[in-house]
Design a protein around this ligand. Structure first.
Ligand code: HEC
Ligand code: HEC
Length: 292
């Protein structure tokens, strides 16, 4: 079967062979929906994400000293498995504030002390004070590394995003921009300023596994590179560099491999420290839509 190709922005009557999730993601990213509609859809789809912090069962503010102590404990006892950004265990993102097995701080303490039986999450012995500190850190991981990185002016950062940085030529925010790179609409809720700074300075060295572009070679010798949107046993959906959404039949491919180098340029030379600080200040404000 030849690749199904359709151009972004053009409606197609039938999206055969593409899983429903892709279609929804595609429609969401195609239509420039009003922010409230997006927020409503997201709140419906992901439960707690839509609730204001005050409605969740934990204090909104934690003691700075607890957070700092928690960061040390986390480095010592958790980061070997969960990674510095809390996303090294597949399916778990400690920085996102959303947990499959916990909603309250009490739940989090129980997971740390008792572990999750039958899984790779081990029990641990921590004093009450250390448990409180670990919870405080986990709840603030996202902003914690924001605290050690200098943040500048978000308004100027936005101008850099749209202008000098030319980020929109590869990324989308709230329905505007390109689809060839990851959607950044909610990047501020999943990545901290510190780790985003690393990405800006050295994109290849900080590429997340799920963001690795794919290189596909068809039996006919056609080479397609782009971003993976979805994949099942028989097909893979890719946004190629020309922003075309392609559905490839794996049986028709002679090669399907992740690309080692990020297409994103390093900004180490092109942006000054002040410009980076402004840009990061803008990126951490992007918390609009929880993408899958
Ligand atoms: C030996 C590796 C390992 C260590 C050390 C470890 N974890 Fe885990 N943790 C895991 C794994 C694996 C899972 C996922 C379990 C599953 O999916 O069933 C997990 C799950 C969790 C979850 C549940 C996530 C969710 O979505 O509900 C939390 C919270 C958690 N860990 C916090 C911690 C904290 C805090 C520490 C340090 C005090 C820690 N872990 C240390 C491996 C580890
Ligand atoms: C030539 C295309 C291109 C340009 C220009 C570009 N990026 Fe990227 N960016 C990508 C691709 C592709 C990825 C995914 C692979 C990776 O992580 O390196 C990415 C990844 C990222 C990530 C990590 C996303 C995640 O899911 O964690 C951030 C943050 C980011 N870019 C921000 C920016 C900002 C800010 C700019 C402008 C200063 C920019 N990018 C410019 C292509 C680009």
């Amino acid at each position: 079967m030849p690749p199904i190709v359709w151009r972004a922005g053009r409606r197609r009557p039938a999206l055969t062979g593409v899983p429903a999730g892709t279609i929804i993601a595609f429609i969401l990213s195609t239509r420039s929906l009003l922010p409230w509609l997006v927020a409503a859809l997201t709140a419906g789809a992901s439960g707690l994400a839509g609730l204001p912090a005050a409605a969740q069962d934990h204090p909104v503010e934690y003691e700075r000293a607890d957070i700092e102590r928690g960061a040390q404990l986390y480095d010592e006892f958790c980061s070997a498995c969960h990674g510095d950004d809390g996303d090294a265990v597949p399916g778990v993102n400690l920085m996102s504030g959303q947990f499959r097995f916990a909603t309250t701080d009490q739940n989090l303490r129980r997971i740390m002390t008792r572990g999750i039986p039958g899984s790779g999450m081990p029990p641990g012995t921590y004093s009450d004070a250390d448990q409180i500190a670990l919870v405080a850190y986990v709840r603030n991981m996202r902003d914690y590394d924001g605290g050690v990185v200098t943040l500048g002016d978000a308004g100027r950062g936005r101008a850099i995003y749209e202008g000098k940085g030319d980020c929109a030529s590869c990324h989308r925010v709230a329905g505007r921009g390109s689809r060839s790179g990851p959607d950044l609409t909610a990047i501020g809720s999943v990545r901290g300023a510190g780790s985003m700074r690393e990405t800006l300075l050295d994109p290849t060295g900080n590429m997340l596994p799920h963001n690795r572009p794919l290189r596909a070679v068809t039996r006919g010798g056609e080479v397609i590179t782009g971003r993976r949107l979805n994949e099942d046993t028989y097909t893979v959906q890719i946004f190629d560099e020309q922003e075309r959404l392609m559905s490839l039949d794996k049986a028709d491919l002679q090669e399907l491999t992740p690309v080692a180098d990020s297409p994103m340029p390093s900004y180490a030379e092109t942006l000054s420290e002040t410009e980076l600080a402004d840009l990061l200040a803008y990126l951490v404000t992007l918390r609009g839509l929880v993408t899958q």
